[in-house]
Design a protein around this ligand. Structure first.
Ligand code: PMV
Length: 343
């Protein structure tokens, strides 16, 4: 049974990890479990248009467009993805297709679009499959979307659904798996249910180190095993923090995770410093502000120079004024994206 020649649409948000994934093995399986908040405003919207196939060969025939513009530079990553998922989505070579994608955030902003992009594309393929197999349950579809997204970009499996998502087998998280993300299954205090993430764009350029190279550098890394243990133990520690609502403990853990991720890159061979001087300026300003004003606020980082400022809704007014007055000067073009997590 083949899906109709039609347009299939889906969308997926970006996510920001609290406990970071860095290091993988086998077919995109994580060396440690990670957990992330799902964002609301930063997302990718994707359409896949299925067309009649002319070629009789054994290749994928498709084009990718970003904002209606042909983007052949995306193809190597998508080719790899399609090859990995071919066995799970067997009808892809029966068509010729176009992938049209757009992001609600600026593409070259340095915000990783691979998580939301791969998640949205994976969801489109599941929508197609469900069109011919309507008996597939919602749960099956959600799990399959996450499973496929993982094969595009590991962290993408945390972007196909849910608000606080765990990926990677962990002894203290029931139902957790390396194959797909799951909704965090335990109590989350109200303090952490209505959170804000203001993303300061420190460096808008292309990423200096691709995440695939970064993950590879964990093979033979002198601190790899300690890092995987640290991440798993941080997830264990996060459980009571999330249940009890303690901001100080939360930010101490989340900030340490961000700095540990960067420490891995500084101590790999070859080594990289992904922070910029302004990243450090911002971090120091946040620490001063938190101490002097006693406002619950903290930061996290991805594998780049941008800073994610995390805070509860109750600190929003104060933190927004602080960002405007003291941090915008460190951002490229004074750019900041205000996003949120709500559940
Ligand atoms: O999904 P990837 O392969 O692009 O890895 C991204 C990993 C980090 O964003 C740095 C951390 C994480 O857990 O999201």
């Amino acid at each position: 049974l083949l899906p109709d020649l039609d347009t299939y649409r889906s969308e997926a948000p970006s996510n920001i990890a609290l406990v970071k994934y860095w290091g993988k093995y086998g077919e995109q399986l994580p060396k440690n479990a990670s957990i992330s908040y799902t964002l609301k405003n930063c997302k990718t919207q994707t359409e896949v248009i299925l067309k009649k196939r002319i070629e009789a060969d054994d290749q994928f025939h498709y084009e990718v467009f970003l904002d209606r513009e042909l983007k052949s530079s995306f193809k190597p990553k998508i080719d790899k993805f399609l090859k990995r998922i071919e066995v799970y989505v067997p009808f892809l070579k029966s068509f010729q297709f176009e992938i049209h994608t757009k992001n609600t955030f600026p593409h070259s902003s340095g915000i990783a679009s691979s998580a939301s992009g791969m998640a949205a594309l994976a969801k489109c393929f599941v929508v197609m499959q469900a069109s011919v197999q309507p008996e597939l349950t919602e749960t099956f579809q959600a799990q399959k979307a996450s499973f496929l997204a993982r094969l595009g970009s590991g962290s993408a499996c945390r972007s196909t659904g849910g608000k606080l998502v765990v990926w990677g087998k962990h002894k203290d998280i029931e139902g957790s798996s390396g194959f797909y993300g799951i909704d965090y299954p335990y109590e989350v205090h109200n303090n952490f249910r209505n959170f804000r993430d203001s993303i300061l764009l420190i460096d808008e350029g292309e990423k200096q180190v691709s995440s695939s190279l970064g993950h590879d550098l964990m093979h033979g890394h002198p601190f790899a095993e300690q890092r995987f243990e640290q991440a798993d133990s941080n997830l264990t520690k996060l459980k009571p923090i999330l249940a009890q609502g303690n901001f100080d403990e939360f930010f101490a853990l989340v900030e340490s995770e961000a700095l540990s991720l960067h420490a891995m890159m500084m101590t790999s061979s070859p080594y990289f410093i992904l922070m910029q001087p302004n990243t450090l300026q911002v971090i120091n300003k946040i620490w001063e502000f938190r101490k002097s004003e006693e406002v619950p606020v903290g930061f996290t980082l991805d594998a780049g120079a941008n800073v994610h400022i995390l805070y509860p809704e109750s600190s929003e007014t104060k933190v927004r004024v602080f960002i405007e007055d003291h941090l915008l000067q460190f951002c490229q073009g004074e750019k900041v994206i205000h996003d949120q997590i709500q559940f």
